[in-house]
Design a protein around this ligand. Structure first.
Ligand SMILES: [Zn+2]
Length: 615
């Protein structure tokens, strides 16, 4: 661009300077009233780096931690607002719905979620509306929901019996950003193995059938394909038949990994001469054989016995390994879990209902020797090497399709059930969002948002900022600095920057995250808002210019929570009116909100794990 053209463009406000290109905030909008949910004033003790002293404040801070991390990871140029509420959601039958989320609007024929549509347009297409709606279960942790409790620490070390709230926020935000089956952009990336077509190309009947075939739908995007080998373990197997055919098998997580077996196949036989083939009781000698056992269930869906018990029976009979045929018609190979202790030392694999039937038919026709390659397949991918989406034969509203298959190992953020200690590099999710149209940074990047509630005279402005390394190589000598509004004076910093700014963060390996908090005082006056630009001021390789800075605006508390007469009462009326307008706008989007994806708690007691038992 020449100088002659630059000036007229600047006059029109179209200059693109470093600030305009900077990463933008993902902001949490408190959708709860005073005293409940995010506004719950019950006292709480600061935990795991979360400085909040009230239940609602800690929830808000955990959500802001997650929002800023997604901002750093995604590198969005257009701000994103997330409307968050904590209503009472389901907690019954030994499970709890932890949360649900989705875009408030889909654009271009249901193709793009609002946040991505804005990013593509380079501006907020609907400034009066938040881009994402997210809800989390306020019952979690109460006596009437004894399944789990929220852990609000920021250090990703939720103790047993609790669920890491920041991880659940990270999961739900990904749904709102586009990892959701209602979006046609998502369906454009999901391929049905049976027809070879994308889900977006299927008619209703074929779609309904496809999403009920375990291992039947996989991700077709090139970024996930190029990335998955660095995340998924090659610990699931492939069973090779003498005729060249191959079946996918899934390793029981309690059995040894990377073990391969070539052996004659043998159907489990009861040692006492009975006709059962479930291996729940001692079985006939099977020296050196690969035993095939049927996973029968009781008529009420309960377990006849644990898979680990079947494994011990096969091991005692001298078997070289055990195959468990799914007990659910149409069921896929299951990665059985559970605590089997240290006694099982033979490999145990799940095989699908149909493949198990084929093996039994082949055995009826004569002796059969097979090879199971214990490293033949990454855990969570199909035989073609594509990452599987979650499509159990029993369709699960809110879980099916819009998650990775739960056979993935190690556990992924976007599986339907929460798992502990999910990595903060967000594993395959940024790659999936890249396949959907986002452009995540490929090196150092920064993201920030406000920390805690809006500021007031008694509550200073605070911020949380993450620096992430999205590159494939280590970044060295990374430095975080800030350029605050002249009205602000830095008071203190925390977490990875305990001694102020600028702050030497040191070296960041690929995928690493460093987090800082910053607290400011207002020098004078009563500004309605104050801004801070955080920046990566050092680091090698240096971040791209647009990934090096992010600008955050903190707002003065509006006084919405005040009621009664006088100025506070007037404020309350204004706020209620604004709230009502927003609710009307959202109510028109019922069809969009209704597609929110539920995020179910992993069933802790496996014996209650019907209808897809994993023990
Ligand atoms: Zn989910």
């Amino acid at each position: 661009m020449t100088a002659r053209w630059a000036r007229p463009l600047c006059l029109l406000g179209l200059c693109v300077g470093p600030l305009a290109m900077a990463g933008a905030e993902i902001r949490i909008v408190n959708g709860d009233g005073s005293g409940q949910g995010l506004g719950d004033r019950s006292g709480a003790t600061p935990v795991g780096g979360n400085p909040g002293t009230a239940v609602g404040e800690q929830r808000l801070i955990a959500s802001q931690y997650a929002a800023a991390l997604w901002s750093a990871t995604l590198g969005n140029r257009v701000p994103i607002a997330v409307h968050v509420q904590f209503p009472d959601l389901d907690c019954s039958g030994g499970t709890a719905v932890l949360g649900s989320a989705g875009p408030t609007l889909l654009y271009d024929g249901d193709r793009y979620p609002a946040a991505l549509a804005n990013e593509r347009a380079g501006r907020d297409l609907d400034p009066g509306r938040e881009e994402i709606e997210a809800r989390f279960n306020a019952r979690v942790g109460r006596p009437d929901c004894a399944v789990t409790a929220w852990y609000t620490g920021l250090d990703n070390v939720a103790p047993p019996g609790s669920t890491d709230l920041a991880s659940v926020f990270l999961h739900e935000l990904a749904h709102g950003l586009g990892f959701i089956r209602s979006s046609m952009a998502f369906r454009d990336r999901a391929r049905d193995a049976t027809s070879g077509l994308l889900l977006s190309q299927l008619g209703a009947a074929d779609f309904d059938a496809a999403v009920r075939r375990p291992m039947g739908v996989s991700w077709s995007g090139p970024v996930v394909r190029a990335t998955k080998d660095s995340f998924l373990d090659s610990t699931d197997g492939v069973l090779h038949l003498p005729d060249g055919g191959a079946f996918a098998v899934a390793r029981a997580r309690f059995s040894p990994a990377r073990v391969s077996v070539t052996a004659p196949l043998m159907l489990a036989q009861d040692a006492d001469g009975g006709t059962g083939s479930d291996a729940c009781m001692p079985i006939a000698p099977a020296a050196g054989a690969l035993v095939l056992a049927e996973r029968r269930l009781r008529t009420d869906g309960g377990l006849l016995c644990l898979v680990s018990q079947r494994a011990l029976n096969a091991q005692a009979a001298g078997a070289a390994g055990l195959l468990i045929r799914s007990g659910v018609p149409g069921g896929g190979p299951v990665s059985y879990t559970g605590d089997a202790g240290t006694e099982v030392n033979i490999p145990v694999w799940g095989v699908s209902f149909d493949d198990g039937a084929a093996l039994e038919q082949a055995l009826d026709a004569g002796a059969l020797s097979v090879l199971v390659d214990g490293e033949g397949r990454r855990a969570g991918e199909n035989l073609a090497g594509d990452v599987l989406l979650y499509t159990p034969s029993a369709y699960a509203e809110g879980s099916s399709v819009g998650h990775w298959d739960s056979s993935a190992s190690p556990d992924l953020l976007m599986e339907p059930n929460i798992n502990p200690r999910l990595p903060r590099d967000l594993d395959l999710t940024p790659a999936a969002l890249a396949d959907l149209g986002w452009s995540p940074p490929s090196g150092l990047s920064i993201g920030a948002t406000t920390l805690g509630p809006d500021f007031s005279d008694g509550r200073p402005p605070q911020f949380i900022v993450h620096v992430v390394n999205r590159g494939a190589t280590p970044a060295t000598g990374v430095v975080l600095d800030a350029n605050p509004d002249p009205k602000l004076a830095l008071v203190s910093t925390g977490l990875d920057c305990p001694t102020g700014l600028p702050c030497a963060l040191g070296d960041l390996p690929p995928g690493a995250v460093r987090t800082a908090t910053a607290r400011y005082a207002i020098r004078s006056g009563q500004p309605g808002s104050v801004a801070v630009e955080f920046r990566i001021s050092g680091g090698d390789p240096a971040p791209r210019l647009q990934d090096a800075t992010t600008r955050v605006v903190a707002s003065r508390a509006s006084g919405c929570s005040t009621t009664g007469s006088g100025p506070g009462g007037a404020f309350a009326l204004v706020c209620v009116a604004a709230w009502a307008r927003r609710r009307v706008a959202r109510a028109a989007q019922v069809g969009v909100s209704a597609v929110s994806a539920a995020f179910l708690l992993r069933r802790r007691s496996m014996k209650y794990a019907a209808p897809t038992p994993t023990s």
